[in-house]
Write a protein that binds this ligand. Structure first.
Ligand code: PMP
Length: 422
């Protein structure tokens, strides 16, 4: 029975029932957290061997002593593994330190201060710089823009990528210099950018000559089903459309090996790689090659990475299944929510009735369940419909996740009943 079909009296009864359930939830004194997409300890244990690699006498990669300074492009042994997985030619793929977010940050900062190879002037010398932000999206992307005064314009993130009608209009504005995209199993909706949308993004005529696609392929190999979705070849599509320097590709092993001690990657055109390396040489004498070497030893080859990801899936699969099962069982009949069933990645997006997401998050907090703040997946933290909640199932043990989801559903039902009665 959907709640919009209830009579006033039945709605009041439904509300009172949810209020009781919520009061009982509060009494339970929970302390649960489904805020951030961190791997669980069990997942990190899959890479324990990294803590003893490469071993005391294993420090030569080819002719290179990995203990020493130098080599800003990173070790070819590791780059070749990820070149294959990310469909980037190995000579156009750099391996860096532990956070791809730092690479995104740096490339934006260098664009602001110096401009990119196509810029008539540094971005900071422009009257304003605008980024297109498909939303819901990744809050840390938006935080970089906010930190540096880059204006953000939200467009809807649809099932096959950003709303291209909106994007087509926006790129006519010369201040629009970039678009954020997570092409595969996007954070947080799990959407996968289709070949057709990627081709259109590659071919767009943009008013800014130095427009860039920030292609953050954080979840390229993070499958949750047997279908191993392949990311669109943005580098090839841009090159064949006459915009070879448009895409900037980022990835990392943060959610493959150790979230805080992985290796990041940056892929792009030869011109952009030269631009990147020119700035990177000022920033550091070289990356952590010991870490890169132990990753190459541990992962061995592209197949090794995919086999390792299967073990993550064995741990994550039941958690995502539990989220879907509980949402379906508790909310399915009431017509108060829709949610995603991602084929990979780290998140489930839950949409509750307009105007109630912040209330749900507050109710959950008061019952000891920490959720990502409502609106976090939108530029400036503002969800125009106040309806989106990001669920991160990976970190808590399964039983805690189940308890958090049950509690969350109680909060959704109470907030929906309150709204319907108001
Ligand atoms: N991009 C996306 C889309 C993410 O979800 C995350 C992690 N939550 C990151 C980047 C961070 O990656 P890294 O650890 O390589 O900085």
């Amino acid at each position: 029975m959907t709640i919009d079909t209830l009579s006033r009296a039945d709605l009041q009864e439904f509300h009172d029932h949810q209020r009781q359930a919520y009061d009982a939830l509060k009494q339970a004194g929970l302390s649960l957290d489904i805020t951030r997409g961190k791997p669980s300890a069990e997942q990190l244990d899959l890479s324990t061997e990294l803590l003893t690699l490469p071993g005391a006498d294993d420090y030569r990669a080819g002719g290179v002593d990995v203990r020493n300074y130098g080599g800003n492009t990173g070790l070819p042994e590791l780059r070749s593994i990820f070149a294959e997985l990310l469909s980037v030619p190995v000579e156009q793929l750099v391996a860096g330190d532990n956070a791809s977010l730092s690479l995104m940050h740096d490339t934006i900062l260098w664009s602001l201060v110096h401009g990119n190879p196509d810029s008539p002037r540094p971005w900071a010398a422009e009257e304003k710089v605008t980024f297109i932000c498909p939303s819901p999206g990744y809050d840390r992307h938006f935080a970089i823009c906010e930190h540096y005064g880059i204006d953000m314009v939200a467009v809807d993130m649809l099932d096959d990528g950003p709303d291209m009608a909106a994007v087509r209009e926006l790129v006519k504005d010369p201040s629009v210099k970039g678009i954020w995209l997570v092409p595969t199993y996007s954070n947080p909706t799990g959407a996968v950018i289709s070949e057709a949308v990627a081709a259109e993004l590659a071919a767009l005529e943009t008013a800014a000559p130095d427009f860039r696609i920030f292609w953050d392929n954080a979840y390229a190999v993070h499958h949750l089903t047997d279908e191993q979705v392949k990311t669109a070849d943005i580098l090839g599509l841009c090159a064949s459309s006459g915009h070879p320097d448009r895409p900037l590709i980022y990835a990392s092993t943060s959610k493959i090996t150790l979230a805080g001690a992985g290796v990041s990657f940056f892929g792009s055109s030869p011109a952009n790689i030269a631009w990147y390396l020119g700035h990177a040489a000022v920033r550091a004498i070289g990356p952590d090659k010991v870490n890169q070497w132990r990753h190459a030893r541990f992962l061995r080859d592209a197949e090794g990475v995919l086999a390792h990801m299967e073990r993550h899936r064995e741990i994550l699969g039941p958690k995502f299944a539990a989220v879907d099962e509980i949402l379906s069982a508790r909310l399915g009949d009431h017509g108060v929510a829709t949610w995603t069933q991602p084929r990979g990645g780290y998140f489930v997006s839950l949409d509750v009735p307009d105007g109630t997401a912040a209330r749900v998050v507050q109710l959950a907090k008061e019952a000891g369940i920490a959720l990502t703040p409502a609106g976090a997946a939108f530029p400036y933290g503002q969800d125009p419909r106040d309806r989106h909640i990001r669920i991160a199932p990976s970190f808590p043990p399964l039983e805690e996740l189940r308890a958090a989801m049950e509690g969350l559903c109680t909060c959704v039902l109470l907030a929906a009943a309150e709204k319907a009665l108001a």
